[in-house]
Design a protein around this ligand. Structure first.
Ligand code: NIG
Ligand code: FE
Length: 401
């Protein structure tokens, strides 16, 4: 006997093998927060305590946003104005604006203020069918504020949250000219403490001309490894520093951005099981010209995930559905590749592939219900929201908060 069954639904299971892994006129059953049966109606003969008629709606795995910087205070609308007058993201960062201006605001904000801001943001993801989100620290750049950000991320409700420690995001003002000493602080103090307090699921770094060198990144990754934490990397966003290969060398869960990544690195990623996370929101908002190497990723069979990269500087984007559209219009992904990017492959980029990202027996019952006629509509529409509800861990909410 199953706990609940959803009938009269079309299922985009996102299993590989057929387009969207779709099952029209399908049935999905849930027992103890897990999918206990999924398949076509004609094969269903089970019984359930609760029955729901979905009247032809589509069900997909809940969307997963695998790269965000969602906890912060303040905003950077003023820098947007400067960029519209011709300043570049790099110039603003070098002049002490950029990430460091958000660091000031985030250090000053109380933990409860940060929590209220983040909790309000998170609701928008749930409204658009997301059930899981990754959130990075990296606007503290000192021990107490990094820990504060991670605690806030852990307190959020409504979505499953995976936290990533991004202490190596930028060099704080008080360490100017002493980047190696700052990396000492990250490796010897902040990261071990965050790990000890149970606040970290993975470790990320920003390897870039305006951030940290490959050597400094390596030190952070070695420390993460010693602590038993998986790594990810902001790789090759503005220039090719060999980020893709560096990520692969450390068997990273993902290499993210990747606009300037080279083929050798991409080949290594395939062997290491490292996913690519593409971030069309940042590409759009910074008016980047260099497209990520989509064809190379396809050719080498590297799983492509997508995310909002929500942050106040390079991607103030709060819409997972718009990411699907942008991935198709800007990066020429197919709508199916885009949906896989925010379900199956996003789960991989977070190390959640055993429990999330597809509709399969045994996986967590995290799903989204959509009033659409075909799954391609999710990537096609701009600014529409056909989400009729989400289910997380088996609890269905028609009225998403
Ligand atoms: O992913 N690239 C580094 N980090 C963010 C930007 C953060 C910011 O500008 O505040 C990103 O684009
Ligand atoms: Fe980012």
């Amino acid at each position: 006997m199953h706990d609940a069954v959803f009938r009269n639904a079309n299922l985009a299971t996102m299993r590989q093998g057929s387009p969207y892994g779709s099952i029209e006129d399908g049935v999905i059953a849930i027992t103890q927060n897990r999918i206990s049966w999924v398949g076509p109606r004609v094969e269903w003969s089970g019984k359930a305590r609760e029955e729901h008629d979905l009247r032809g709606a589509w069900i997909t795995p809940g969307l997963i946003d695998c790269h965000t910087h969602l906890v912060y205070a303040g905003n950077r609308a003023h820098e947007f104005e400067l960029r519209l007058k011709g300043a570049t993201y790099e110039e603003i960062a070098r002049a002490g604006g950029g990430i460091l201006s958000t660091v000031k605001a985030t250090r000053t904000a109380s933990e409860d203020e940060l929590f209220d801001l983040a909790q309000r943001r998170v609701r928008q993801w749930a409204r658009e069918g997301a059930t899981a989100i990754e959130i990075k620290s990296g606007y503290g750049l000192d021990r107490d504020t990094e820990l504060k950000m991670l605690r806030v991320a852990r307190r959020l409700s409504g979505l499953k949250v995976k936290t990533t420690f991004l202490g190596a995001h930028a060099l704080p003002e008080e360490y100017q000219g002493r980047a190696d000493e700052y990396i000492d602080l990250v490796c010897d103090e902040v990261l071990p403490e965050a790990k000890k307090q149970g606040l970290v699921d993975a470790v990320d770094a920003f390897c870039e001309r305006i951030a940290f060198t490959p050597e400094q990144t390596r030190r952070v990754f070695d420390k993460a490894k010693a602590l038993g934490l998986p790594v990810k990397l902001h790789a090759d966003q503005l220039s090719d520093l060999g980020g893709a290969a560096l990520a692969a060398e450390h068997r990273a869960l993902s290499a993210d951005h990747m606009e300037f990544s080279n083929e050798e690195g991409i080949g290594l990623m395939k062997g290491a099981g490292t996913a690519a996370v593409l971030l069309p929101g940042a590409f759009y908002f910074l008016k980047e010209k260099q497209l990520p190497p989509i064809d190379l990723l396809r050719r080498h069979g590297v799983p492509i995930a997508l995310a909002t990269d929500h942050n106040p500087g390079s991607s103030p984007l709060s819409s997972p559905l718009l990411v699907l559209n942008m991935a198709c219009t800007l990066f020429r992904l197919t709508p199916e590749e885009a949906l896989a990017g925010m379900t199956r492959n996003a789960a991989r980029a977070l190390g959640l592939q055993a429990s999330h990202g597809t509709l399969e027996t045994g996986k967590q019952a995290d799903l989204a219900v959509w009033q659409i006629g075909a799954p391609a509509e999710l990537a096609y529409a701009i600014g529409a929201n056909p989400c009729a509800g989400v289910m997380r861990s088996g609890a269905f909410r028609r009225e998403v908060p």
